[in-house]
Design a binder for this molecule. Structure first.
Ligand SMILES: [Cu+2]
Length: 142
């Protein structure tokens, strides 16, 4: 009986540790700009908060063929977009993909992105130990 109780305790501890690990990274306010029929380019925004330093290496989606990470820079007074091969997420800070700043460009997709529907986005990260992991989210089209 004591052994059983101990095992249950270990199991509950493992479950709570798992839940804690899940909470280390928060992805919030993910949304995709709606498009009309015939258009195959859009943009996605979100905020990412992590308790660990991370590198976002890419973003993919089953529905969207190409997703690029872009930074916006100003060169001689002109706003330009530059593709980023990775984006650093510093621990304890909130990183924002936002209008006029870093953003995700969605390209090569079929059909309109209708307001109210969702697009599954998979964020691919690397941690400090160079270990890869993914995080799936549903971005709302609006
Ligand atoms: Cu762009």
């Amino acid at each position: 009986m004591k052994l059983l109780k101990f095992m249950l305790f270990v199991i509950s501890l493992l479950i709570s540790l798992g839940a804690y690990a899940e909470l280390d990274i928060k992805i919030e306010n993910a949304w995709v700009s709606a498009t009309e029929e015939g258009h195959d380019m859009s943009v996605a925004y979100m905020t990412i908060t992590s308790q660990e330093d991370l590198i976002l290496t890419s973003v993919t989606s089953p529905k969207i063929k190409t997703i690029e990470m872009h930074n916006t820079i100003v060169e001689k007074g002109i706003m330009k977009m530059r593709m980023a091969h990775e984006i650093k997420i510093d621990h304890g800070k909130t990183f924002k993909f936002k209008s006029g700043g870093s953003h995700l460009m969605l390209m090569d997709f079929k059909g309109p992105l209708k307001p109210g529907q969702k697009v599954k986005l998979i964020l691919h990260f690397k941690d400090k130990k160079n270990q890869s992991f993914d995080k799936s989210i549903d971005a709302v089209i609006q």
